[in-house]
Design a protein around this ligand. Structure first.
Ligand code: SF4
Length: 388
């Protein structure tokens, strides 16, 4: 159920939510809602304890107008090549109220990034009444007509209930990419992690987004089934995606920070987490089970062990499987070395292990912290918590 914020009549200035997809790093973030209207997924730490609210439409419009004002100013300050003197920026900043500085900072970052895309925050902007969202989208387009991409996170459960006609109108108003946290296609996994949606609805939602002419990014969470449901998670998730054929399949490996319900399940033994080796086997089965689709596989999250599990299906499949097989065929020592080196940012690809200098750095770190093939999984779990 949606709720108005207690301060609904008072505008406190430009707002930004806590997260955006990695692919929206250069996008302007426009906060349409606060937090997550569902907020029950056991693996998700992002909005726990934070109450959901829809921001008043006039506040969102004020945010858009504030950024627009600053973009106009920045364009005036720019020289012929688009560059702006640092000193001009500092002087301008000093004249602004703290409220205005937030919007100015967002405008400045966006300007520096080329101003091509906008991401609507927070977790599920499509929960807003379609007419309201369409008015916001039209206002964005009127202020920033050059923008080529407007995107949002959305829950499958929400999309499945929006009419095709309304989705088409959103598309026409400029919303042209949706990011869905599919996580899994297995009903058993979805139910255990309290995702609040089943496989059939996930497929329906994905197909509706595509039918509306929007690009679709589906996020998959390797490891979410734990040891018990790993195989089912891989096969059922691939099957759901084979029915959807999204434009992007993005991998974001499970990590379990303290304080979330899944951490309690892990503590009591109800959930047994996969180690990296088991995770690689699961991803291999998942990739191998993708069939008859042309999606782009993307591994752009720091939690993932492989950056090179990447490419457009079906052509990239043999390459991706070969990367995974190469890792599985390494000695215990080299697997441990890669696991650690990747999480330290010293290795990004398996081939990086051929560099004696990089290997030496990783070996020195392992020696200093007592990391061996026997304890690497525990150490990696600790390291990954810091990335969340
Ligand atoms: S729907 Fe998304 S943001 Fe909300 S709790 Fe689940 S994973 Fe987190």
């Amino acid at each position: 159920m949606t709720q108005r914020h207690p301060d609904k009549d008072h505008y406190h200035g430009f707002e930004q939510g806590p997260i955006r997809p990695p692919s929206e790093a250069g996008s302007l973030l426009i906060r349409v809602t606060r937090n997550c209207p569902w907020n029950r997924c056991t693996f998700c730490p992002v909005y726990k304890g934070a109450r959901f609210s829809v921001r008043p439409e006039s506040h969102v419009i004020d945010d858009i107008d504030a950024v627009h004002r600053h973009v106009v100013t920045l364009k005036k300050l720019a020289d012929g090549s688009g560059s702006i003197l640092r000193q001009d920026v500092s002087e301008l900043m000093q004249c602004l109220s703290p409220q205005e500085q937030q919007a100015f900072g967002a405008a400045l970052n966006w300007y520096a990034g080329g101003m091509t895309a906008i991401f609507l925050q927070d977790a599920n902007s499509l929960v807003v009444k379609p007419d309201q969202l369409i008015r916001i989208l039209r206002h964005i387009r009127s202020r920033f007509p050059w923008v080529s991409r407007i995107t949002s996170y959305a829950r499958s459960h929400t999309i499945a209930r929006i009419s095709d006609d309304n989705l088409k109108q959103m598309r026409e108003a400029g919303l042209n990419r949706i990011h869905i946290g599919l996580e899994s296609g297995s009903d058993a996994v979805l139910s255990r992690v309290r995702k609040g949606v089943d496989k059939r609805t996930q497929i329906k939602a994905g197909q509706k987004v595509k039918k509306a002419g929007m690009e679709l990014s589906e996020y998959v969470m390797p490891g979410l089934g734990g040891k018990e449901l790993s195989r089912e998670h891989a096969i059922e998730t691939a099957d759901a995606l084979n029915h959807i054929n999204p434009d992007f399949i993005r991998l974001r490996t499970l990590a379990i920070p303290g304080g979330i319900p899944l951490a309690e399940d892990q503590r009591t033994g109800r959930f047994i987490k996969l180690n990296d080796l088991e995770m690689v086997r699961e991803i291999r089965l998942f990739i191998d089970s993708l069939d008859g689709i042309t999606s782009m596989i993307v591994s752009d999250h720091i939690l993932n062990l492989f950056e090179e599990v990447q490419g457009r299906l079906p052509d990239a499949k043999p390459h991706i499987l070969a990367v995974l097989d190469r890792f599985l065929s390494l000695s215990d020592q080299d697997q441990c070395r890669f696991q650690v080196g990747r999480r330290l940012g010293i290795f990004t690809r398996l081939i990086d292990m051929n560099s004696p200098k990089r290997r030496a750095k990783v070996d020195a770190f392992c020696a200093q912290h007592g990391i061996t093939p026997g304890n690497v999984d525990v150490m990696i779990d600790e390291m990954m918590k810091r990335f969340i």
